[in-house]
Design a protein around this ligand. Structure first.
Ligand code: SF4
Ligand code: SF4
Length: 344
């Protein structure tokens, strides 16, 4: 397929499920080369039980990066593309806190550009609602609130009539369950098998792709498969999950694991701060409707500053992130908050 075709499809979910090599994290190196493994054979490492997403021979062990930017030991499996599966075990539902009588689900893509939840909702709204309804029934939960953006509500609204106890909200709550867990539960229920695939959102200056891959796929292989190296060079930062509090990864030798949702490439240009060009981006993006640039402007005018209520700021940092003039808005707002607090 040509890159042009992918660009047309990039709002849809695309797949890369046949990597030649796959990487499984291990704690101890007690595996022999040329040992044959079947798809869904399992191993236990220090933290988890891992199911092999492909069948084939163990080639060697190697060090690759994990999502915390640390080198980790991996088994390298060469795919024989036979997809031979030996698996009989039934799967249980993931644990839900039985004391809860309201389920809160986070389906919000907080940062600009990230379309991870948006893509899940667009492609699986009906399946997600069915799964939520099933979880509610099994756990005797009376009501569910799904935190979601207005633009994504339409996809749920197509099916919500059937589920009067599931409501959508634009408000945000703590202690919510990520939508990704509901999607994984849906996969459990549908296939009765361990989760061996993962949808990841890859964002470059030219593409915003949601790709279903096997867990253990190397990022490098995905970038080659979809010609994404054309979009980036050495002068890019590779960020995992969040520009605000995610990890900056050293290089593309990164293995896809279940905790990776988004991979963001941003230009590493530490531009100098310039003056405000009045583009309005900082107040358009503020989730609590502040006007960050006015707070900066009136930081020494306590009367005006109070009216701008900087203490409402949740310090998400989005205003600084989107500002094309690289003004450190959040740093100023933190100072403004202190000033208001000291005057109360
Ligand atoms: S850091 Fe504060 S002012 Fe800036 S976008 Fe977030 S909430 Fe709004
Ligand atoms: S985003 Fe930056 S340049 Fe645009 S209005 Fe806000 S402070 Fe000014």
């Amino acid at each position: 397929m040509l890159l042009g075709d992918y660009m047309l499809k990039e709002k849809q979910l695309i797949e890369y499920l046949d990597p030649t090599y796959l990487y499984i994290p291990i704690t101890y190196n007690n595996y022999k080369s040329n040992t044959y493994i079947n798809k869904l054979d399992k191993i236990t490492n220090a933290l988890d039980i891992i199911y092999f997403p492909i069948s084939g021979n163990i080639i060697k062990t190697t060090y690759k990066l994990n999502s915390k930017n640390k080198n980790e030991l991996y088994l390298v499996i060469k795919n024989d593309f036979k997809e031979k599966t030996i698996y009989n075990k039934k799967y249980n539902l993931p644990n839900i806190d039985k004391k809860q009588n309201i389920l809160i689900i986070n389906a919000y893509d907080l940062e600009p550009f990230i379309t991870y939840n948006n893509n899940l909702i667009k492609n699986y709204a009906q399946n997600l609602l069915e799964t939520i309804d099933y979880i509610m029934e099994k756990n005797k939960i009376n009501q569910t609130l799904i935190m979601t953006k207005d633009k994504d509500k339409i996809y749920f609204n197509n099916y919500l009539g059937t589920y009067p106890n599931i409501k959508l909200t634009s408000l945000t709550y703590k202690n919510s369950i990520p939508l990704n867990s509901i999607y994984n539960t849906y996969l459990y229920l549908k296939y009765q098998k361990p989760i061996i695939t993962k949808i990841i959102n890859i964002i470059t200056p030219k593409h915003n792709l949601n790709i279903k891959v096997k867990l253990g796929t190397l990022l490098k292989d995905i970038l080659i498969k979809f010609n994404l190296y054309q979009d980036i060079d050495n002068n890019f930062l590779l960020i995992i999950n969040s520009c605000i509090n995610g990890n900056n990864i050293k290089n593309d030798n990164l293995v896809i694991t279940s905790d990776i949702n988004s991979i963001i490439f941003i230009k590493n240009n530490f531009q100098k701060t310039t003056t405000c060009i009045k583009c309005g981006k900082c107040y358009e993006i503020c989730p609590v409707n502040l006007i960050p640039i006015y707070i900066v402007k009136y930081i020494d005018n306590s009367k005006k500053l109070k009216k701008l209520i900087p203490n409402k700021c949740i310090e998400c940092g989005l205003c600084s992130f989107v500002c094309p003039s690289k003004i450190e808005l959040l740093e100023h707002i933190k100072i403004a908050k202190e000033r208001i607090k000291n005057e109360l």
